[in-house]
Design a protein around this ligand. Structure first.
Ligand code: ADP
Ligand code: MG
Length: 697
């Protein structure tokens, strides 16, 4: 293969370069300004932009366009319209107006709205987001859009994100101005999301209805080999996987996605893709495209990509690391420790802002990654625990400690300098080892939030980060703007903030039991399950945060809370129904067939030699019969529990019922069935085993 990557990169994207080539100068300037400033587009240029987009898209093979949006289903949505417009003579021309570019009106009545639609307008509309590039995919021009109700309530993941990007820029600029920055106009947050996933064989996948309906295995005894040899991590890529990855890269590059790193992950059949970071808004859209392409390209190779957080019990699940940073439009990274004392003070204030934000809004960060799927991972001794804490590296920790104690910093052997705060050296980059068990780590010039689930839209974690840090900035600016002695106020503020929020900093083993106890002593949240977490979403302080910064109002938050509970209940319900179905209609019949064969074998043996030893057969028959009876009983109990759950009032109560009364029965059923698997002949077992699924490629 000889590919000209620079040539194919971004060739399906209506990016800045294409805009410059295709749009009249003034129009292009106006559009770029709109994109940068996140303003609404001037309607007078919309027709020109739309027409240029259409001509370009047609050259790329497009016949249709779609507004592409992110309803609260977690998936993306699209409705394709062709460009055709009839002429008098019975022919057609290709048309695309500014109006169609800017606004769409999908029939939105079937998307989740968490009760919003009952209160407000029934319909929703989509609005073009010029800050994320349009692109051509499958003969269709894709236009990234936000999705709102007619009364303006957000019905999607993008709208609050755009609002939060505004909020952090607005409040952060107040701080930058205080430090004498007169040139920057805006702050931009950037994100690079590392994506983990599993790849299995498609034929095997199709024999597992649990994977097909729920994305994870609901049954499966452990294979003799798991990930204990650590031989898969960074191991050589198998040819089928390498071919899949090569095609994936190519397709992502065409869409302007900076797919950079790919490797085998810890569990057998597990892999990772990391792109180079970009603006948060684009990163969210691109991560959705990455997930979509992983699935479809895998299919082309006779494979299936599993994005579930925990496809297999007993080996690592999949997450996503959200690398997040804040910079200026002039190219400064605010989390880069500086070289001069003044720069370092600004850096320490930025650090303080994030420490405060993470501590004040631990619960929101936890909720932003909460889902039925991710519950199998967080706290499972492989992924970060459900307790939110922060790791800043030994060197920075020592700086923070010395500021809190008011003592000199005597860390690394570097030049000390007096910042007014005790002696603090210039620190260039975190030099310490990374703490892989930390949910939230400072890694040089960015923060890495590691609790995200592999299948989730990464929007909400970034909404929380942006808004919580905006709130820190706001509070800091309120103090500093009126200070008589700026330096003194700054020093005081840094010290106060570090002191008040030191409890969120933790550099030990996040997987350990001691940490759980220690975290409790420190008064940190330990929201073990999603349902526990959801309960804090609309706490007064959280509603105050989002409303103050115009990110979500109380009604929007209540609707989202509703959807979170609803989604949780639906997912667990589907899993329970799938288990009942598979256990009742596949597993018990298969085991009975095997037992019949064993019984026939015993009878045949005894017919030949009356006194022959048939203790093995008797034992298998006895044990499997006992387990079958138990499985049947548990299955019936599960059916009852599931029916009862659905009789609960929708929302919190129903979700809670599933958590407390359905999931434990599911676990019990699984345990019984997995034991049956170990006793049943492989040829009788109705679906591929864990070993088949994870080691067959
Ligand atoms: P690791 O060692 O964890 O792989 P890297 O430095 O390679 O860390 O970066 C991991 C991810 O962080 C990549 O997606 C990268 O693009 C992203 N990243 C790096 N710098 C930034 C930044 N300033 N803002 C957001 N993401 C960043
Ligand atoms: Mg990482």
């Amino acid at each position: 293969m000889n590919k000209n990557v620079p040539l194919l990169f971004g060739n399906m994207v209506f990016n800045e370069e294409v805009m410059r080539q295709r749009l009249p100068r003034e129009v292009c300037k106006s559009l770029l300004k709109t994109m940068e400033e996140g303003k609404e587009i001037d309607p007078s240029i919309a027709d020109v932009v739309a027409n240029a987009m259409k001509d370009w898209a047609i050259e790329k093979g497009a016949t249709h366009y779609t507004h592409w949006f992110q309803p609260l289903t977690g998936a993306t949505a699209e409705k394709h319209d062709s460009f055709i417009a009839p002429t008098q003579g019975g022919t057609v021309v290709m048309e695309f107006s500014g109006k169609c570019l800017i606004k769409g009106e999908p029939d939105a009545s079937s998307f989740p709205s968490g009760g919003l639609r009952a209160t407000f307008e029934a319909r929703g509309y989509t609005a073009w987001d010029p800050a994320s590039y349009a692109f051509v995919k499958d003969g269709t021009l894709y236009i990234p859009t936000a999705f709102c109700s007619y009364t303006g309530e957000a019905l999607d993941s993008k709208t609050p994100l755009l609002r939060s990007i505004d909020a952090i820029s607005r409040e952060g600029m107040r701080i930058l101005r205080l430090f004498g920055d007169t040139t920057a106009k805006r702050l931009t947050t950037t994100v690079g999301a590392e994506q983990e996933y599993f790849i299995i064989d498609k034929e095997m996948y199709e024999q597992r209805r649990d994977l097909m309906y729920t994305g994870r295995t609901l049954f499966g005894a452990p294979a003799p080999k798991g990930q204990e040899l650590e031989d898969h991590y960074f191991g050589p890529l198998k040819p089928r996987i390498a071919a899949f990855m090569a095609e994936l890269d190519e397709e992502l590059w065409k869409l302007g996605i900076l797919s950079k790193t790919k490797h085998n992950e810890a569990a057998p059949a597990q892999h990772e893709l990391a792109p180079i970071f970009t603006t948060t808004n684009m990163s969210v859209d691109q991560n959705l495209l990455i997930m979509g392409y992983m699935k479809r390209i895998a299919e082309k190779h006779g494979l299936v990509c599993l994005l579930h957080e925990k496809p297999f019990a007993g080996v690592s699940g999949s997450g996503k690391h959200n690398n997040w940073s804040v910079g200026t439009d002039t190219g400064k990274n605010l989390f880069k420790p500086g070289k001069t004392p003044a720069e370092n003070k600004q850096f320490l204030l930025m650090l303080a802002a994030v420490i405060k934000a993470v501590d004040d809004y631990q619960d929101l960060l936890r909720i932003s990654v909460a889902s039925a799927g991710n519950d199998h991972r967080l706290g499972g001794g492989e992924a970060p625990p459900a307790i939110v804490s922060m790791f800043i590296g030994d060197e920075l920790q020592a700086v923070v400690d010395s500021i809190v104690r008011g003592t000199d910093f005597k860390g690394a052997a570097r030049g000390k300098m007096n910042l007014g705060i005790p002696s603090v050296p210039t620190f260039t980059k975190d030099t310490s080892d990374r703490n892989r068990t930390s949910p939230f780590a400072f890694t040089g010039n960015k923060f890495e939030f590691r609790m995200l689930g592999s299948s989730q839209n990464i929007s909400m974690p970034n909404v929380v980060l942006n808004t919580a840090v905006a709130e820190s900035f706001r509070q800091f600016a309120d103090v500093l703007e009126v200070a008589e002695d700026f330096d003194k106020a700054l020093t005081g503020l840094i010290k106060e903030t570090f002191t008040a929020h030191a409890r969120i900093l933790f550099n030990g083993n996040g997987y350990s039991e001691e940490w759980e106890k220690e975290a409790e002593r420190r008064g940190l949240y330990n929201l073990k399950t999603s349902v526990d977490a959801f309960k804090t979403f609309t706490a007064e302080k959280n509603v105050a945060l989002f409303t103050r910064h115009g990110v979500m109002n109380a009604v929007e938050m209540a609707s989202r809370e509703e959807i979170l509970y609803e989604n949780y209940a639906k997912v667990v319900n589907i899993e329970a129904r799938t288990m009942i179905d598979i256990a009742g209609r596949e597993i018990i019949p298969a085991v009975n067939a095997y037992v019949t064969e064993v019984a026939a074998t015993a009878a045949a043996k005894t017919a030949v030699i009356k006194e022959i030893d048939i203790s093995a057969e008797t034992d298998i028959i006895t044990r499997l019969s006992t387990l079958t009876a138990k499985a049947y009983k548990t299955l019936s109990a599960l059916r009852e529990a599931d029916d009862e759950a659905k009789r609960q009032p929708a929302g919190e109560r129903m979700a809670e019922y599933f958590l407390e009364h359905v999931i434990p029965v599911m676990n019990e059923l699984r345990e019984t069935v997995d034991e049956m698997e170990t006793l049943t002949a492989a040829s009788y077992w109705p679906m591929p085993s864990y070993g088949d699924l994870m080691f067959s490629i």
